[in-house]
Design a protein around this ligand. Sequence first.
Ligand SMILES: O=C(O)CCC(=O)C(=O)O
Length: 259
Amino acid sequence: MDSSSAPLNQGQRDRYQADGFLVLRGLLGESEIAELRAEAERLLQRTDLIDSDNIRCRWQNHAETGECRFDCFDPVIDLSAVCESVARDPRILDAVSALYGEPACLFKDKLIFKPPGALGYGMHQDYISWDSFPTSFVTVIVAIDAADADNGATEVFPGCHQQGCLSPRDGMYHELTEDQVDVSRGVVLDLNPGDIAIFSGYTPHRSAPNRSDQWRRLLYLSYNSMSDGGERREQHYAEFKTWLQDRYAEYDKVNTFFR
Ligand SMILES: O=C(O)CCC(=O)C(=O)O
C-alpha cells in the first residue's frame, strides 16, 4: 500500500503512539449516521430487553434527580445488523490495523445513549487484568450525535497510556484517582456525527454529566490485535457475563439474566 492510500499516515500513527488517542474526522457519511440514529431510536424501543436484571443493560443516575435510567447496551451488535456492519467496517478495521501493524479483531461493542441529565463515568482505564484480557485492546468511538463538554463527551489524558495498567492487578474494575494523571492535560473529545476517536485500553478517560437537553449517543467498539489472541469476542462475552453476574451477586442481586 503506498502512503497516499494508507488508512493512517505516519504523523497520525506517531501521534497515537505519543498521546494514546487519535481523532479521525468524517469517517462515516451523513446517510450512514442517519441510519445509525434510526437504529439507536429503534433499539431504545426494545422494552423487552431494557430490564434491570438483564446484564446486557447498563444504568446511570440522573445528575440532579438521582433517578436511575437506562444508559447502554453491552453488547449491541447481536441486536443490530447496522451496528455490526459499522463495527466490522473496513474503514475502521483498517485504521485500527494500521496502528497495530497487523489485522484487528472485534472484541467488544456497546452503544451508550447518555440521555440528557445522565451522569458520566469516573476516570478509568478500559484494560482490566484478567489473564485473557488483551493488552492490545483499543476502543473506537463512533459519534452518532455530536459530543462536546456540554453533553459529557469522553475526556482522555494524553501520554498516560505509556505507563500501562495503573490499577491493582486483581481482575476488578477500578477508578483512578486524580493524582494518578495530570488532570490539567485532559482533552475533551469534541466529535461531530461521523467522526471517530481511537484510544488505547491504557488511556485514562472519564466523562462529565450530560448537562444539555440532547442525547449523546456514541458507539464504543473495541478491538485486539490478531497476534494477541485472534478472534475472541465470543469468549470475552462469555467471561464478561460470568464476571458481571458475580459482581451483582455480591450485592445479593442473584436473578440476573442475559437476553
Ligand atoms: O460514556 C463515556 O463517555 C465513557 C464510557 C466509558 O468510559 C466506558 O464505557 O468505559
